[in-house]
Design a protein around this ligand. Sequence first.
Ligand code: NAD
Length: 292
Amino acid sequence: MRIAFIGLGNMGGPMAANLAAVGHDVSGFDLTAPMPSGVVKAESVAQACKNAAVIITMLPNGKILRSVAAEAIPAADKGAVFCDCSTVDVASARAVASQAEAAGLLAMDAPVSGGVTGAQSGKLTFMIGGTDAAFSIVLPLFDIMGQKAVHCGGSGAGQAAKICNNMILGVTMIATCEAIALADKLGLDRQKLFDVVSTSSGYSWSMNAYCPAPGVGPVSPADHGYKPGFAADLMLKDLRLSQQAAAEADADTPMGHLATELYGQFVEQEDGRGRDFSAMLPRFESRGHIDG
Ligand code: NAD
């Protein structure tokens, strides 16, 4: 299949390389990133999109997505699929999809979870918003780049699933970290707390699979000095998208709001930038009850 791939950074680079490695004809464009192995360099977004059956974008935010889409859509063949895998606001995802459809293209939002290691090993999970027709064309590509693709509904549903999932993750990571810091101050051994919580009603992915305490539970970024993993900066981005969506949809998300404020403080005023999002644990350890 002839594929255009726009945005070849930490995530897009290995995703495009995996498509090229199984023999797809991948034409790539990025402002700065080098071409991944097997990907043919295009000189512009428009040149990459010419004659492509599927156009995949993996970009930093909704504003950049809108500008790339404005160049890609007029250059694309009618019937091509515009498939955005970036994490962006729901409004940008829907705006770009309706522009693509108005120009005779098929469109889908397909954000991912699984991080850079998932992108490299072809084990991403895709959350998809779009029509059945678009989904069935791109599904074989999702099978190469990922291990699971969930068709969540119409346009924007993939982004909605992604930010709801990550809002739960941000909130539960904070709750897990503050509980471990409280247990420390109560004189409770961390391993004992893990043994209880991981098999009791307080269990979660944050505690069981990604325990923020070094030396407890499966190996996680906590065991490597909180080197990401999933950076606190990216968690903050996703939490802010959840709050933008909550405002637009008039939804009450007080815990999501508080998690956004805490990660904002952690990344922008404390030492969270560039650290894994589970480094909230040492943050709580160093604070007392009145630090607020
Ligand atoms: P990145 O910054 O490494 O890559 C983005 C790439 O887009 C860069 O190489 C940049 O040069 C390119 N770019 C920017 N503007 C462009 C333009 N106008 N035309 C062409 N290329 C342009 O970011 P990333 O980590 O690869 O993340 C990409 C997306 O995936 C983001 O939306 C992010 O939220 C999401 N995501 C990232 C992770 C992760 O762990 N890194 C996990 C899940 C989702």
